[in-house]
Design a protein around this ligand. Structure first.
Ligand SMILES: Nc1ncnc2c1ncn2[C@@H]1O[C@H](COP(=O)(O)OP(=O)(O)OP(=O)(O)O)[C@@H](O)[C@H]1O
Ligand SMILES: [Mg+2]
Length: 360
């Protein structure tokens, strides 16, 4: 199996592949990347046509750790091997405007928004949609990068200074009570399974920790319906994640990720079959595994600096994941997962673990 990009998501896919007997080959810029440490890797640019062709020739199926590969570079691979999830899903998820168009077409609620390609359009978008709002780049944003929260009209020039240019979107700021995400899996035959909802806490645009299962039957049912609509529309194969805001008790879709997702890392220890294994099962035409949770989980990201491993490992029911990356401010270096029988115990241990983790 070929994986474009060998970050931590790719690494965890490859590790899941070991027990299934699915061998992975990466394409990545760096021989020190998290994935390259655990499986063979072609070294070079992710959009290098010759390397992508080699990856495809050597793989029964090609998938992604990074979804921002341009569609035109991917298209030639489709005559050589299976590309899963489909290119159309990647292309939609690469552009926040295209994503919102798809959601709207499927009657999935999204924040009021407008495309912005120059300063004048920003002024009129802020006037029409109102404040506060978030100005974002339509492409290539992650971990809150390429975003500016506009709270007062007097800061509009500052917003433009910060990220101004073409290819932006201005969206209404959502006064959410929570953020949740749903991770789902669809097989080539159209069989769909869902993981339990996860409740996610972000700070400065970066996911800090997730708690799951987040029990809310009606939200979960609605989220499942939305994901099914998206997956069927795109003839999706593999794991798909959608992030939502909960506003006035209702779901507003934020964005989708055509891949395994940070808010699903807890499924490694927390469910019968992890999101990584189920992604491989789906794209390799194997039966999907059970998404049943094994307890109440919390996942905490290690950002910028690794925590004290010994002290964390002393916590019962805690699993530790080091991605093998060089520390850098704000960088995701690893995570830990806590699994407990009851929510109350889980919450207690989550609070204890959070005291040992400093985000840098
Ligand atoms: N319209 C909004 N209203 C309120 N908060 C927002 C809005 N858009 C983004 N945020 C906050 O910023 C976070 C990151 O935004 P978003 O998911 O759009 O960006 P991202 O950089 O693609 O993040 P990632 O890929 O890491 O999930 C959100 O999870 C949310 O906490
Ligand atoms: Mg996001």
């Amino acid at each position: 199996m070929g994986i474009v990009g060998a970050g931590q998501l790719g690494r965890m896919l490859a590790l899941a592949g070991y027990s299934l007997g699915v061998r992975c080959l990466f394409l990545d810029r760096s021989a020190q990347s998290p994935g390259a440490q655990v499986a063979s890797t072609l070294i070079g640019d992710l959009e290098d046509a010759a390397l992508l062709a080699e990856l495809a020739a050597r793989s029964d199926v090609v998938t992604f750790d990074w979804e921002n590969i341009s569609g035109s570079v991917l298209q030639p691979l489709e005559s050589v091997t299976k590309v899963r999830p489909p290119r159309a899903a990647l292309e939609v998820s690469q552009d926040r405007l295209a994503e919102k168009k798809l959601f709207t077409k499927l009657k999935i609620p999204v924040a009021a928004h407008a495309a912005v390609d120059n300063f004048k359009e920003l002024v009129s978008a802020a006037r029409k949609i109102g404040l506060p709002g978030v100005l974002k780049t339509r492409r290539l944003g992650y971990d809150g990068k390429g975003q500016f929260v506009l709270r007062e009209i007097s800061h509009i020039e500052e917003a433009w200074q910060a990220i101004g240019g073409t290819g932006l979107i201005y969206e209404k700021f959502q006064a959410f009570s929570r953020e949740v995400s749903l991770v789902s899996v669809r097989s080539a035959a159209g069989h769909v399974v869902f993981y339990p909802l996860s409740a996610n806490t972000h700070s400065e645009g970066i996911l800090r920790y997730s708690v799951a299962p987040f029990t809310n039957v009606s939200l979960e049912r609605t989220a499942q319906r939305y994901l099914k609509l998206i997956m069927n529309e795109l003839k999706y194969i593999g794991v798909l994640t959608v992030e939502f805001f909960v506003v006035d008790g209702k779901l507003v879709a934020n964005e989708m990720a055509p891949r395994v997702h940070n808010s699903g890392h807890w499924t490694i220890e927390g469910c019968i079959t992890s999101q990584f294994e189920n992604h491989l099962r789906a794209i390799c035409d194997l039966p999907l595994g059970s998404t049943r949770p094994l307890g109440h989980a919390a996942m905490i990201n290690f950002l910028g600096k690794m925590p004290d491993r010994e002290r964390l490992l002393a916590i019962e029911g805690l699993a530790f994941h080091d991605y093998g990356k060089e520390p850098r401010p704000g960088r995701k270096l690893g995570h830990c997962t806590i699994l407990k029988a009851r929510p109350r115990e889980r919450n207690q241990v989550l609070a204890d673990a959070l005291k040992l983790i400093k985000w840098a």
